[in-house]
Design a protein around this ligand. Structure first.
Ligand code: URP
Ligand code: ZN
Ligand code: ZN
Ligand code: ZN
Length: 485
């Protein structure tokens, strides 16, 4: 057999199994799992290491302007490099529509930006302006490009699309086999809380947590799920941060609703005490939904273990701690004017491995499911997510014993801070391979800018069960007519 690379002597961990094998790679694909093979141009000795699928980061804001016009600090080069150093081999950032912009224009814009990526990539499309033209023509075209997830916001004045807008998007999504994602927070509650806190002069970063109460997320998650159940469209709840929200997701899953969800490292690692750091330091921890408390962290870890969440995703939203980012609207500003979001694309997996696997909260197999396999299945990445012959050779080789203190420098992003600074974590992704190419090797970047490829995704959640709509109104009538990207 001809082949390019053998990964020799590693302990392979998949979402289901742990076993010893060599992995044989040819032309970017895994071609065999075998023993005692010799040859191959490259032989990687993975003795004493864990060999896993590379991370598939399903929630990141890369080269994305906020609705208020603030460009995040990472472009597709720095963002993908940072992801790679964090053990990811593929990522799916957002491509965000500004109101008035056509979806075709959004995709063309992000295609140009993503041409810098060192990793394979796709996009989730953020829809802020679901006009009839967008719904009937532009979104179907996006689907035919292999973009099989659309996201809607229930909060933010410049982004939310209302319950009817969510229903319209879910209807198109169901028709084609697309996943709808939702940022679920009650817009009115947040607005009202902001006004009350402003009246009382309570505008320091720590009040960000109070301004977006747990109830705002719980209510919106419940409502979003109700909307999805009306038409029985699948729904993915992003960045769930509350005990109540997670409980609703769990209950609805058990009841058979087509609900998927993620939480993020910040809700497992930080609390509102971090928002109360001296001066404006707390602004480094402002993200939405806000970080909560220690009790919530423990409950969320329980849900990570129980399978309530498909993934733990970074929600990497990098705004520098300066006038280009957090303080775009000025220094010493009230919390609502601070750019919202935290970096973490390089810290997600080291944190989840160290705090999750090594502390006995999840198994190594769950780690693989939460970092890659479930995201691949949920979002239609059919040739990635598993160490299986025929699949892309996207692999991360981890040293499970190396201990280190997190620094900004080893995030390799374009940020001037990391919220994880100083945290002691064990386990380092030493070698990261995307499509058979070594991207990162023992702290060194081996990739060329632009070598990542766009990943065409397949329809998702093919199960076309009936919702509460009359048959004549059910969008899935057209669903199995063989429409494929
Ligand atoms: O605070 C965050 N997560 N910023 C990114 C925008 C969003 O809410 O998804
Ligand atoms: Zn061997
Ligand atoms: Zn969000
Ligand atoms: Zn986000």
């Amino acid at each position: 057999m001809e082949f390019d690379t053998i990964i020799h002597d590693g302990t392979v961990v998949t979402a289901n199994e742990i076993f010893e094998t060599d992995i044989v790679i040819r032309e970017g694909r895994i071609v065999a799992l075998a023993e005692r093979l010799s040859g191959g141009a490259t032989r990687i000795d993975a003795g004493g290491r864990l060999v896993m699928h590379g991370g598939i980061e399903a929630h990141a804001h890369i080269a994305q302007e906020s609705a208020a016009g603030i460009m995040g600090a990472d472009d597709y080069y720095t963002g993908s490099v940072s992801a790679a150093f964090g053990g990811n081999s593929t990522f799916i950032p957002f491509a965000a529509q500004h109101r008035g912009q056509s979806i075709d224009d959004v995709i063309a814009t992000y295609d140009a930006r993503a041409a810098q990526s060192v990793l394979d990539y796709s996009y989730h499309l953020i829809v802020t302006d679901p006009t009839p033209e967008a719904l009937n023509h532009q979104l179907p075209r996006a689907f035919k490009r292999g973009i099989t997830s659309f996201k809607g916001f229930m909060t933010y004045d410049l982004m939310n699309i209302g319950d009817d807008g969510m229903l319209n998007i879910m209807t198109v999504a169901k028709k084609y086999g697309v996943m709808t994602m939702v940022h679920a927070e009650n817009k009115g509650m947040v607005k009202w809380m902001n006004a009350r806190l402003a009246e009382a002069g309570l505008t320091a970063p720590k009040y960000h947590a109070q301004s977006r109460p747990e109830l705002a997320e719980e209510e919106a998650i419940n409502r979003a799920i109700s909307l999805s159940k009306l038409i029985d469209a699948p729904l993915f709840i992003v960045h769930a941060s509350t005990e109540g929200g997670a409980a609703i997701v769990q209950r609805e899953k058990v009841a058979g609703a087509r609900i998927y969800a993620e939480t993020c490292p910040q809700y497992l690692a930080f609390t509102r005490a971090d928002l109360d750091k001296p001066g404006m330091e707390g602004a480094k921890f402002i993200c939405s939904p806000p970080v909560r408390d220690q009790r919530t962290q423990a409950v969320l870890w329980g849900h990570v273990r129980m399978g309530t969440f498909e993934s733990v995703s970074s929600d990497h939203a990098p705004y520098r701690y300066d006038e280009t980012g957090k303080f775009m609207n000025g220094v010493d500003i009230p919390y609502p004017k601070v750019a919202k979001g935290m970096p973490g694309i390089a810290a997600r997996l080291p944190h989840l491995f160290s705090e999750g696997v090594l502390k006995g909260r999840i198994t190594a197999q769950q780690f693989v499911a939460l970092k890659a396999t479930n995201a691949a299945r949920t979002f239609g990445v059919t040739r990635k997510g598993s160490i299986t012959p025929g699949f892309d050779a996207d692999i991360a080789i981890w040293n499970p014993e190396q201990r280190r203190r997190i620094t900004l420098a080893d995030q390799h992003d374009n940020m001037d801070y990391t919220p994880f600074e100083g945290m002691e974590l064990t386990g380092v992704p030493e070698i990261v391979i995307n499509h058979g190419n070594i991207i990162v090797e023992t702290g060194k970047l081996k990739a060329r800018e632009g070598q990542g490829q766009f990943v065409t995704r397949a329809p998702v959640d093919m199960d076309a069960r009936k919702g509460h709509l009359a048959k004549e109104l059910d969008p899935s009538q057209n669903f199995r007519a063989g429409i494929r990207p």
